[in-house]
Design a protein around this ligand. Structure first.
Ligand SMILES: Cc1cc2nc3c(=O)[nH]c(=O)nc-3n(C[C@H](O)[C@H](O)[C@H](O)COP(=O)(O)O)c2cc1C
Ligand code: FES
Length: 330
């Protein structure tokens, strides 16, 4: 991987990646999230890659393994572009039919379409499915567009351009003000305004500041942190970098549940790739800003998701909360 020395290097790489992706006539995105892996999506993905190569389609068909699309009960599932065709409950035996029928002859395979359990109506595209119709996905909407293990996929859809903008054109005060105007709030139960957290941390005593990304997610079945770290870890890293620049931190931590092995693995790969490109480390993109991230794995204690217990755990102490007479940011 070439090290990116400035914003122009990043933009050149982005153009190159976008050009390369335009050469593919079709993109098959298979979900490789934890839910779909539990219904054997790995064997479907392997069979599909094998068949694409066997039929000599590897230059025109891009097979992407993505994170969760949200509809895990229908897995293994796939979206075919162009056309936004949605197939579900796919087995390895369906693979050759998908290639010969849908890819080469534009024939829709009825048995792989989603069937509404009440009306019995079949849907051809994701957009027609009632489950998706009622949603306006924001953070998770990109999951389908990126392979979480490919920083290139993320860069191709505009990844790290917000970081470039921040480093080139914005002061920490301006960032915090923009976050305030956006109304962005924490996704924890408290809905705490993010701008206040960042402003208080920036103003706190002491030169050493840290960013901690709380991905402990103790609430059973919540899966929001897992879905984003598993599916789009670079999005999280870019957010951490912007927060770090705003508060003046040089070090960050992602505190993530040990029971989320895929999220941990994808976060690790993302950090490694970002370091190789120079998006983490010393003098990022030729600026004066240096920053790095480490992963800390939670040991399964629900209470360690609470901010003060989490910080104690990070420091190697017993993960117990303390009274907040001194606020977390201080
Ligand atoms: C017992 C307890 C457990 C918590 N567990 C979590 C958790 O698993 N993940 C989380 O993000 N916040 C958890 N919180 C909330 C955090 O203390 C903190 O408010 C939150 O991480 C702030 O997130 P925000 O930046 O999205 O506002 C917990 C709080 C308590 C009291
Ligand atoms: S893991 Fe595949 S849709 Fe959720």
């Amino acid at each position: 991987m070439p090290k990116l020395n400035n914003a122009n290097d990043l933009e050149s790489l982005r153009s190159e990646l976008q050009r390369a992706r335009k050469n593919f006539r079709t993109t098959l995105t298979l979900c490789g999230g934890t839910g779909c892996q539990a219904s054997q999506s790995r064997s479907v993905i392997d069979a599909l890659k094998k068949e694409v190569n066997k039929q000599g389609l590897d230059k025109s068909v891009y097979v992407r393994t993505s994170g969760c699309h949200g509809f895990c009960e229908q897995g293994p599932l796939m979206v075919i572009e162009p056309g936004n065709i949605f197939y579900c409950h796919i087995t390895p035996e369906d693979v050759s039919e998908i290639i010969t029928q849908t890819l080469l002859n534009n024939v829709i395979i009825e048995k792989l379409l989603y069937t509404d359990p009440i009306t019995g109506k079949k849907s051809q595209t994701e957009a027609e499915i009632p489950f998706y119709k009622a949603q306006d996905r924001q953070l998770l909407s990109q999951n389908r567009l990126v392979d979480p293990c490919s920083i290139e996929d993320f860069i191709a859809i505009g990844g790290y351009s917000a970081l470039t903008k921040v480093l080139a054109k914005m002061t920490p005060e301006k960032i915090i003000n923009e976050i305030k105007e956006s109304g962005l709030r924490g996704r924890g139960g408290g809905g705490f305004p993010t701008s206040r957290k960042w402003a208080d941390c920036k103003a706190a005593h002491g030169d050493e500041k840290y960013v901690i990304c709380n991905a402990d997610e103790g609430d059973p079945g919540a899966y929001m942190d897992r879905s984003i770290l598993e599916g789009n870890p670079h999005l999280v890293l870019e957010g951490i970098l912007i927060g770090a620049f705003a508060i003046g931190a040089a070090q960050g931590y992602i505190y993530v549940r040990k029971e989320y092995p895929l999220a941990v693995e994808h976060a690790r790969i993302a950090i490694k790739q970002a370091r190789e490109y120079g998006l983490l480390g010393e003098k990022i993109l030729g600026s004066k800003f240096s920053f790095d991230v480490e992963i800390a794995r939670g040991g399964g204690a629900f209470v360690c998701g609470e901010s003060t217990a989490l910080m104690a755990s990070l420091e190697g102490k017993v993960g117990e909360p303390r009274p907040k007479d001194v606020h977390t940011v201080e």
